[in-house]
Design a protein. Structure first.
Length: 472
């Protein structure tokens, strides 16, 4: 999935759990096999000014963390952070920086944003193998309510892919759903009168934006612009766990499943397109990437009228098994397994044993389960078999897989083929040189390569557009 060394579906809230070995993608938590932390997501900044004293505080706390002054950092945590990121986990996160990113080189700068009542300070650090942002979220009392590492966004710019003809389409802002969970989105509409076939893009794990941004990469914008250039409308939107992060209280997180995280909003997006004048209501497709691909059959089950499913890097094996494989892969990238890494793998194995065991229940603390995800999440997935569910669906499917993807591998691709190859309306595409983001590369794929700018491969755009074109 992607997400690299961790992130499978980071549970988001005023605190978001990011840990272990994410399979779908996005932020740097993928690089830290044992990084279980609580974070508050900073969304769209408001016009209010950040309290200036907190910018200085942010720099001071960042320096303390860098210098391994863990007690001083913990002293600024709010009560939730102290529970979610105790001293041993804080130390683990710091050591993981050196292990995964190499030696610290320099600090590049500090910036700040405001989100509702929260002040968010970003400190940019350059390490030997990657530049990252440390994101510190301060509550109104000046306590740390969130801490997260991500590939640096400072100074990053997006250059459109060569296949995107920005004169061939326009974009308009839309709203997916209504009420407290309403989500802002962007509809890319081809020029001309329509009605057009349309695609809903469903994110991977974690608090993704509408572009599924990973450092300088924006795979969902690539897909939207590439397909819109070929006469296909595309709807992308902010993920619920990003846009409404502050609403995910511990009580809400305890009952979180993929339904609330992804499925419900995808269905609302489909409904929005069906009621959009320029769209052919009978030709609305769903494209899921990573987690979005894994739950695409659930979306199809809930709405059999969807014209087709496009599955990009979806798992077919139990999530906990894929998680262990990802962590093991990253831990062995340097061909050595340290005592700490071995201990972490053993701890993860014990957590996975609890997920698979008959005693799994909501009474088991999330801290004792993989990724810090609650038992409710794992119980919901226990009886879900994506490929088997897909086999019983009425709509056609396109299954895409990158050969250099270490988060979702050939084992999962073969799982789709095993269940669906007998169906004439299912097409399989394998791309030997593409990674989890469907960006081309060479050699062994690593988490660090997500930090390099690239674009979804033109062949993927062509294959999707061609597949949609013949389904009328």
């Amino acid at each position: 999935m992607k997400d690299s060394l961790r992130k499978l579906i980071a549970c988001v809230a005023a605190c978001i759990f990011v840990a272990g070995a994410g399979h779908f993608a996005s932020t740097l938590d993928r690089l830290f096999p044992n990084f279980q932390t609580a974070v508050a997501a900073a969304q769209q900044p408001s016009q209010s000014e950040v309290r200036q004293e907190l910018i200085a505080d942010g720099q001071k706390i960042a320096a303390q963390f860098l210098n391994r002054e863990y007690e001083a950092v913990e002293a600024r945590f709010d009560s939730t952070m102290k529970e979610m990121l105790p001293l041993d986990k804080l130390k683990e996160a710091r050591e993981s920086l050196d292990e995964r990113l190499g030696a610290f080189k320099t600090q590049h700068g500090v910036r700040a944003e405001k989100y509702q009542q929260y002040d968010v300070v970003f400190v940019t650090w350059e390490f030997e193998r990657m530049t990252v942002d440390l994101r510190l979220v301060f509550d109104p009392a000046g306590r740390i309510a969130g801490l997260l590492f991500q590939p640096s966004q400072s100074g990053s710019t997006f250059s459109p892919p060569a296949y995107a003809d920005t004169t061939a389409f326009c974009e308009k802002e839309v709203t997916v759903g209504s009420g407290e969970w309403a989500l802002p989105g962007t509809l890319s509409l081809p020029g001309g009168g329509g009605p057009f076939p349309a695609v809903v893009l469903v994110h991977g794990s974690g608090p993704n934006d509408r572009d599924e941004t990973v450092a300088a990469n924006k795979p969902f914008r690539d897909l939207a612009w590439g397909l819109a250039s070929k006469g296909i409308a595309v709807l992308r939107y902010e993920k619920r766990t990003k846009q409404h992060a502050m609403k995910f209280t511990p009580e809400v997180i305890a009952k979180l499943t993929v339904k609330e995280e992804s499925v419900d909003d995808a269905l609302l997006a489909v409904d929005l397109l069906r009621h959009t004048e320029e769209i052919d209501a009978g030709r609305v497709f769903v494209l899921g990437h990573s987690l979005g691909a894994t739950v695409a059959p659930r979306i199809g089950s809930a709405d059999p009228g969807i014209a087709g499913l496009i599955i990009m890097a979806g798992i077919t094996r139990p999530l906990e098994d894929v998680l262990y494989e990802q962590v093991s892969y990253i831990s062995n990238l340097d061909d050595t397994l340290t005592a700490e890494e071995k201990e972490s793998l053993e701890a993860l194995s014990a957590q996975i044993g609890r997920v698979k065991g008959p005693a799994l229940s909501d009474s088991i603390p999330a801290a004792e389960l993989p990724l810090g995800l609650p038992a409710h999440y794992w119980l919901d997935l226990r009886d879900y078999h994506p490929a088997q569910t897909a086999k019983g669906l009425p709509m056609p499917m396109l299954v895409l897989q990158g050969g250099r993807d270490y988060q979702v591998t050939s084992a999962d691709f073969e799982g789709w083929k095993e269940e669906l190859s007998s169906r004439e309306d299912v097409v399989f595409k394998w791309y030997p040189d593409l990674n989890h983001l469907f960006i081309a590369g060479e050699g062994k794929s690593t988490p660090a390569e997500y930090g390099a700018a690239g674009h979804v491969d033109v062949g993927v755009i062509g294959d999707i557009a061609g597949w949609i074109a013949v389904r009328r």
